[in-house]
Design a protein around this ligand. Sequence first.
Ligand code: ADP
Ligand code: MG
Length: 475
Amino acid sequence: MSWETVIGLEIHVQLSTKSKLFSGGSTEFGAESNTHVDLIDMGLPGVLPVANREAFYKAIRFGLAIGAEINQTSTFDRKNYFYPDLPKGYQITQMTKPIVEKGSIKIITNNEEKVINITRAHLEEDAGKSIHDLFEGETGVDLNRAGTPLLEIVSEPEISSAKEAVAYFKAIRQLVTFLDICDGNMAEGSMRCDVNVSIKKTNESELGTRAELKNINSFKFIEKAINYEISRQIRVLENGESVVQETRLYDSEKNETRSMRSKEEANDYRYFPCPDLLPVVISDDELQEIINNLPELPEEKEKKYISEIGLEESEAKIISSSKTMANMFEQASSKTNDAKLVARWLVGDVSALLNKENIEIDESNLSAENFGKLIERISDNTISGKIAKSVLEEIWENGSDVDEIIESKGLVQIQDESLLEEIANKIIESNPEQVLAYKSGKDKLFGFFVGQVMKETQGKANPKSVNEILKKLLS
Ligand code: ADP
Ligand code: MG
C-alpha cells in the first residue's frame, strides 16, 4: 500500500520586544530566576494587562512579508488550563480575531519550489518554565519567560515530508531574522515548534488522524521526530488499527515519540473574550509607517546582488540566505572596490571556517571593517591570495588588524620583478634535470618551478609575476 504524509506546523516565535506582551517586565534571556517578573506576570489579582503595541508592529511586519491580511482590529481571548508555570490559570491569546491571516511562504527542497499557505499568525503570551533538574525530587518554577510575546504561526496541512518541514521552518527563521522581529536563537528557545503529522492513502482526499509532537527546537529533531512518527503511524495502520488523536513527546535520546496525553479539543479550553483587554486597533497611519519601513528581504537581496553587483546566482543565494552573512557582505563591500572578491571569500574560505565551528559570522572574530581591508589588500596586490588565507586564519584566532598582521609578519608581497627573476634563475640553475624534462615536453613540471619560487619566497611572490617570469626564462 502506498501512503502519503501530511504535516502542519505551529511555530512559536518569541518577538524581540524589550518588555513583555502585557507588562513592563524585561524579556531578556538568561537572567537569574524570577527576577524579570512583574505583578502581572505573577498573575496577582487586581492588576490589569496593557497590550504592548511594539509586539503588534512586529507581528504586522511578518504579516506583510508573507502577503497576508492584516486585521487592523484584533482581539484577545483567554485559553484556560492549569499548569504551575501559568499562574493566572489561563493564557491570553488571539483565538477569534488574530492580527495576521491567510499568507504564504515559498520553500525550496531538491531545487523545487513549493508554496506553503499560512492559515494565521496570532499573538499570545509565553508561559513560565518548570525546572525539573535543579532540586532533588522537587520542581522549581521560573516565571522570567511568563508573558514574553509569542507570534504563533500556523501552517495549512500542506507539508509532505520531514525534509519539507525543515525547509519550511528554516524559511520562517530566515524571514523573522531578516525582519528583525526575533533573534532566531533556537538553543535559547526563541523559536519552538509543534509538529502535526498524519498519514493517508495516496489519492484519498480526506486527511488522516493526526498526532501532535510538542515543542521541538532543532532542525535535526524536527526531521527525526517526523520520520519516526511516519513509520509508527504506517505500522499502526498496516496492522489494521487506527491512529489515535493525541499529543506526543519526542525523546531525542531514544529517538522515539511517546504518548503524553489525549489531544484536547478547543472546547476543553473554555475560550472566551478576555474582559481585561480592549480590541487593539491599528490606524491606517501606523500601518503605512510599518509598510514604509519594511526591510529588504532575502529574495530582493539575492536579485540585487546578481543584477547590480554581478554575483553568481549560487553566491547570491548563499549570501542572502542569512541576515548576518548579508550584513557582512554589504558592510565589507562598502570598504573595498571589489565586491565580487568579497563574495568569493565569503562563500569560500570564510564559510568553510564558519561551518567547521558551526557558528554564525557575527559570533566570529571577523569584523566587516577588517574583512573589507583584507579583500582590499588582496586586490591592491599587497598580499597574495595564499598569504591572505593565513591572515584570515590569524584574524579568526584573535581578531587582529589586517595591516598589523601583514606588517608584523613581513607578509607584503614581493612585486620587485628583478628580485623575482633572480630567484627564478637560481631555481632553474639548481634543477637542471627538471629543466631538461620540461623542455622535452613535460609541461606539468611548470607547476614545480612555480612551487619552488613560492617556497623560496615563503609564499610572498606575486603568483602572476612568477608565472610570467618563469614562462620567459624557460622558453
Ligand atoms: P490545534 O492543534 O491547536 O488544535 P488546529 O486544529 O488549527 O490547532 O491545527 C493546528 C495544526 O495542525 C495546523 O498547522 C494544521 O495544518 C495541522 N493539521 C490539522 N489537521 C491535520 C492533519 N490531519 N494532519 C496533519 N496536520 C494537520
Ligand atoms: Mg496545536
